[in-house]
Design a protein around this ligand. Structure first.
Ligand code: ARG
Length: 630
């Protein structure tokens, strides 16, 4: 009975398969003759599936007397026509003065007997279209399952890397402008680590700027009796902060608004900032209190986003390096005076647009943004000595980073082998296409944004009575965060995107909740099956939809490699979206838990287990957690 069913099934699907192999394949599946095609492995490393296929085609090119490099294949651009394609015959046509179709025919003729191909077809003007035998990806997937990293190969040239992201400004509320840096940076950090790099993450707080002088001046006006403002210093400075966090949050906006109208107030604040930077004790005391309160609050916010840093250093930590750096740059003639300021020329002849000199000291002796970034590089070189720096900040800061990087290279703060990279991101816009604002028109605080998202998610899950109490709250938190992060990360970082709560929190389409829903669904099937899947093997696929899932899963290694090489989390998003769609297509047609054939069912459970692992691993690289239920 079983055999008859199998035969029918295989004959049905076989119609879509090249006739020649159908019979053999059907028999093979029925009698389990080809359980799997052995994949040749080189040492411990798992090659990409496309590399394995390429090698076969390359051999055939070589055999036929052509350059073997012409035989490289890639995943097909036309999945409706074939799974993989090779365009080498076209590339070789000129070189060998032959018709591309003839070359392709010659090559494909040599591959007809290979057991790893189901179809090798030549189409005009000279493409070789390829489908692999079902047993081929299944062997690959079983190898993936045996590997802790699912067959992902770490970078052989991994280096010590510093990633600078987050970049919040102390005493100013963390707003949506900092959201992207945190979300993208966290993901890029994870991608860098997964590839085997030794990564140090640093938040690089903006903790040394004008906001401090503004707060000090406002405080002086509101509470002139505080001992900090007593020039005689007759009373000790308090151990406890002279303001609460809430008060601090009111002081800054008040002072900032005032500075825009009142020129003297602004000047006083600038002077206070300079005094602070020169180490004036009473102001340093106030600054310490601001730092303690503000950092604790920031930490709470980043924790809530599941974003973390190895180092909580800031611009202030670079200060001790500045005087020596300035002297050194002057002495070596790298910096020169220009209109009272100290600058480093960084323009190159090859520049298409003008790159102005990097200003490292203003005429009044004040340090600038570039000064502290340069001094930070000196600090990092001494304390970490990285071979690579990655900065994640708004793309409007590109010129700043170009100037800083060129100065650092010119001065030798980073040697020629050290790579300094800027990952600039676009703006998060509202539905009106302008930078995202609250309904009231101001910049929105991140906490409120998260609250709004969670409310939208809660509305969606409350109809299902699967969750309640703490479990529901935890699920809402994770789904909300997934909506937010995936909504951001699924766009290429450098592009602007529209923040759309309704779309981001939808359980359908290219969204975080949809991916989580798929993963949770798979987990629930595995749980219900009550089977330990660890020793089960993935079998040969029996349908086109199942095979499509096999091939998608086998792209894991290649996709993560590309995401790493290009520091592009959006490639991982695209991949898990495709997996989710392909999986749901397969699942829709397949009754897994009620399958009577135990062998078949076990193969599917193993397949589900791998699908879940691939999804969870990719989500983790995006910094997204998955709830148990939803
Ligand atoms: N604090 C800066 C801002 O809010 C971002 C810091 C980016 N990192 C750096 N090393 N400059 O714009």
């Amino acid at each position: 009975m079983q055999i008859a069913l199998y035969s029918l099934l295989m004959l049905y699907y076989g119609r879509k398969i090249a006739k020649k192999n159908v019979f053999i394949l059907t028999l093979a599946v029925i009698f389990g003759i080809i359980k799997r095609i052995e994949i040749e492995r080189q040492g411990e490393n798992m090659k990409l599936l496309t590399e394995l296929i390429s090698e076969k085609i390359m051999d055939a090119f070589e055999e036929a007397g052509y350059d073997r490099n012409l035989g490289r294949v890639k995943v097909s651009d036309r999945p409706d026509l074939c799974e993989f394609q090779c365009s080498g015959a076209m590339a070789g046509a000129k070189q060998y003065g032959k018709n591309p179709v003839d070359i392709a025919e010659d090559v494909s003729g040599r591959l007809q007997e290979s057991d790893i191909f189901e179809k090798i077809e030549v189409v005009k003007p000279g493409f070789i279209n390829i489908n692999v035998s079902p047993g081929f990806p299944s062997a690959y997937l079983n190898d993936m399952r045996k590997d802790e990293k699912l067959g992902y190969e770490e970078d052989e040239n991994a280096v010590k890397t510093v990633i600078d992201y987050g970049g919040a400004n102390v005493a100013k509320p963390l707003h949506v402008g900092h959201l992207r840096s945190a979300v993208i940076g966290e993901s890029v950090k994870r991608i860098l680590k997964y590839a085997g790099n030794d990564v140090t993450s640093d938040i690089h707080l903006g903790d040394w700027g004008l906001q401090m002088g503004l707060i000090i001046m406002q405080l002086k006006e509101d509470s002139p009796d505080l001992p900090y403002f007593d020039a005689e210093h007759t009373r000790p400075y308090p151990h406890k902060p002279p303001f609460t966090l809430e008060e601090l949050e009111r002081i800054y906006p008040k002072a900032s608004a005032r500075s825009k109208e009142d020129e003297t107030f602004l000047q006083n604040a600038q002077e206070a900032t300079l005094k602070l930077q020169q180490g004036y004790e009473p102001y340093i005391e106030i600054w310490k209190h601001i730092m303690t309160l503000s950092k604790a609050d920031l930490k709470k916010n980043y924790d809530a986003m599941n974003v973390s840093f190895d180092l909580w250093k800031g611009e202030s930590d670079a200060q001790p390096f500045i005087p020596g750096m300035i002297d050194d740059l002057k002495e070596r003639g790298i910096a020169h005076e220009s209109q009272g300021a100290l600058v480093v020329d960084v323009a190159l002849e090859s520049d298409k647009k003008e790159i102005p000199p990097c200003i490292i000291q203003k005429s009044d002796g004040a340090a600038l943004y570039a000064t502290s970034d340069l001094a930070t590089i000196i600090d990092r070189k001494q304390s970490i000595d990285p071979g690579r720096y990655v900065y994640v900040a708004d793309k409007r800061q590109e010129l700043h980073f170009t100037q800083v990087f060129r100065t650092a290279k010119k001065a030798g703060f980073a040697d020629e082998n050290t790579s300094l990279e800027f990952l600039g991101f676009g703006t998060m816009n509202g539905k009106d296409g302008k930078p995202f604002k609250t309904r009231a028109g101001g910049v929105m605080r991140l906490e409120y944004l998260i609250e709004d998202i969670n409310a939208a998610v809660y509305d969606k899950i409350k109809e299902s009575d699967k969750l309640s109490g703490e479990q529901a709250r935890e699920a809402v938190r994770m789904i909300g965060l997934a909506a937010l992060k995936y909504g951001d990360l699924s766009n290429q970082a450098s592009k602007d995107y529209v923040f759309d709560i309704d779309r981001f929190t939808s359980f359908e389409g290219n969204t975080g909740p949809y991916i989580l829903y798929t993963a949770v669904r798979i987990r629930s099937i595995l749980e219900k099956s009550g089977t330990d899947t660890s020793d089960l093997e993935i079998k040969v696929p029996r349908s086109d939809k199942e095979k499509a899932l096999f091939l998608k899963l086998s792209e894991y290694n290649a996709v993560l490699k590309a995401a790493y090489e290009e520091l592009a989390p959006h490639k991982i998003c695209q991949y898990i979206y495709e997996i989710s769609d392909v999986f749901n297509g397969f699942y829709h047609d397949t009754k897994i838990l009620t399958e009577a054939d135990d062998d078949k069912k076990k193969g599917w459970l193993a397949l589900l287990d791998l699908t879940e692992k691939v999804l969870i691993s990719c989500l983790d690289l995006l910094g997204i957690e998955c709830p148990d239920k939803m």
